[in-house]
Design a protein around this ligand. Structure first.
Ligand SMILES: [Mg+2]
Length: 265
């Protein structure tokens, strides 16, 4: 069986298990990775597919490290649900609900960003304030690994003192509040709320592996039809591919899979 047909077999099983949902990361899955994060876009065809599927499946949701508002701006539709900031905020229609426990820590994150802005001197570093969390992007620097080391070195002492959490993604350092919320808790919350028996989650990065494992553990316990699909391209971490139940090739592979779901529903 080729990778593509494994992914197709998975979504066939999912859509036969109602209520069912399609959950996806945004960057590197339905949106091509852009040099600068604010240039990310979802192509009209992918947006249309997500909207169509939102009308056919019981839930279509985007689960992302971006803020929910930013995610909505990039995907460009109110037809789907957005879990932003790794599950710390959920946007439905035009209403966003924020995690109170995460919100308590926001002033400390503001302080750390001000500190970084005033003391960090590396060309090409982009500091993204996402409200409840922050991302320090090093993709556009001359030496991303060196820039990442420098950023981590500068913030480590403060992060510990302020009781914040640092995670790393594809050429990005993330600063988060110390709350037990992740893409894993976000998918479980949505699966519970919508009482999904079938769901597929599509992701390409380390933080998506939390969602992969959450689905797989629930599947093992409850026999639900919950699966993880990894998106393979040049920068996909090995952990993502190892943890996935099936894979597709790049954003084009994701769009082909969405077209397939549209055909069989
Ligand atoms: Mg991604």
């Amino acid at each position: 069986m080729t990778n593509g047909s494994r992914a197709e077999a998975i979504v066939q099983d999912v859509v036969r298990s109602r209520p069912c949902g399609l959950l996806t990361d945004i960057d590197g899955t339905v949106s091509r990775i852009a040099e600068h994060p604010s240039n990310a876009t979802v192509e009209p065809h992918a947006r249309t597919l997500l909207e169509r599927l939102a009308g056919k499946l019981d839930l279509v949701a985007a689960i992302t490290g971006r803020s929910a508002e930013d995610a909505r701006a990039i995907v460009g539709t109110d037809e789907i649900v957005y879990a932003g900031n790794h599950g710390m905020e959920i946007r439905r229609g035009e209403v966003t609900v924020y995690s109170d426990s995460a919100r308590e820590h926001a002033p400390k994150i503001r302080w750390l960003l001000d500190f970084l802005r005033s003391s960090l001197q590396i060309n090409g570093v982009y500091i993204e304030d996402k409200g409840l969390t922050a991302s320090i992007h090093v993709r556009e620097t001359e030496d991303p690994s060196e820039a990442e080391r420098t950023v981590l070195g500068m913030i480590s002492e403060h992060v510990e003192r302020l009781d914040l959490v640092v995670t790393r993604g594809r050429m990005v350092v993330e600063i988060r509040p110390p709350v037990d919320l992740s893409k894993g808790t976000a998918v479980l919350q949505l699966i519970g709320e919508y009482e999904l028996r079938g769901a597929v989650y599509i992701g390409d990065d380390i933080t998506d592996v939390d969602a992969f494992h959450a689905l797989q553990q629930r599947r093992a316990r409850q026999g639900d039809h919950l699966y993880a699909i990894g998106v393979v391209d040049d920068g996909t971490p090995a952990e993502v591919i190892e943890a996935a139940d099936g894979t597709v090739e790049g954003v084009d592979g994701v769009i082909t899979l969405l077209e397939f779901v549209d055909r069989i529903t």
